[in-house]
Design a protein around this ligand. Sequence first.
Ligand code: PMP
Length: 420
Amino acid sequence: AADFPVAAIRRDFPILHRPVDGNPLVWLDNAATTQKPLAVVESLVDYYLHDNSNVHRGAHALARRATEAYEGARAKVAAFLGAGGPEEVVFVRGTTEAVNLVAGSWGEAEVRAGDEIVLTELEHHANIVPWQQLARRRRATLKVVPIDATGALDLDAFRALLSQRTALVAVTHASNVLGTVPPIREMVALAHRYGARVLVDGAQAVGHFPVDVRALDVDFYVLSGHKMFAPTGIGVLYAKREVLATMGPWQTGGNMIDRVTFGGSTFAGQPHRMEAGTADIAGAVGLGAAVDYLRGLDRERVRAHERHLAEHACRALAEVPGLRLFGAAPGRVAVHSFLVDGTDPVALAAHLDRRGIAVRVGHHCAQPTLAALGEAVTVRASPAFYNTTDEVDALVGAVLEFVAGGVRPGPAAGGRRPGR
Ligand code: PMP
């Protein structure tokens, strides 16, 4: 909205002022990864300049400072997600690793032959393939909740798929293709009636709106720091205390043990049991700084600004002749997937790139979502709170320019342009 201090916000993100081939950068690839505020970058520099050490070992000052920073970041993440405490937060590499951890630890122990795992047509490959592999190993079956034409989940179908056989429901909190936000709380309540556990993929949610894992009553919540303005290489698995307590080790080695002899080993308590080896300590510190940054914003105003941007984008894109916009479920986050009839999406994205506008083209690691739309690829523009309506206008202007240029699909597009 007009009262959102976007100019001031943008000053927190130095990279947004970087020109690209003489054009101002227009970063509309936030669903792939977000840019980092100066406070996050400085937290990394500060950590490496002053506190760098391994953690939980070594009786010296820097080990104490690094441990304090690392565990402090865990406490910040726990509070940010509304967890019951820091002991419910496991640091991982990202969403992908968190799902693999749950499949490899909880899944191997709890999913039995004949059990069912319920997924949805909105899932990223990271929330499909680990379950597929687990199902194969455990002789379990995958069930899939379909989406409707707007990209909303078919909740009647979801209800019908649930049964005493359901071991797990794995569902995204926001689609990275369509922006759909499923009614997680309602889905959790339904799944719990059958004693199923629920894992929610928060990768595309946490950067857009506040999340309260206890209010949602989810069993597992997973996310990637790099999609919430933190560094790459750090992510989070939240697991309910009583669920995490039953989980055996996933990766093994240093840091996760209690006592080791050649006869056998005993393991540390949670969450350390899940954190074998030296963690990305600086990454955790950076994630803590991103949490501080987000908590310093008025997130209601952030959401209002994003809604304003999304409405502006939908209106402007709809004016482009032949443009088809995918995803219209109410309450979506700002992810705009589109195609322009009669034009090549890869050539379109390349044209946008020449204007300094970063979007993604492809299957977005969600091939089943695209298959449900009857497509193989889309162009995806995904704004964040630091984007402006001027940037959306630049996007739409460049799309119009491309369409007016009459670039046709296929090899002809390449053939027409000199030097290609
Ligand atoms: N889930 C969703 C919804 C995503 O958008 C992504 C990243 N595109 C992932 C999972 C995977 O995240 P990462 O690559 O950081 O592990």
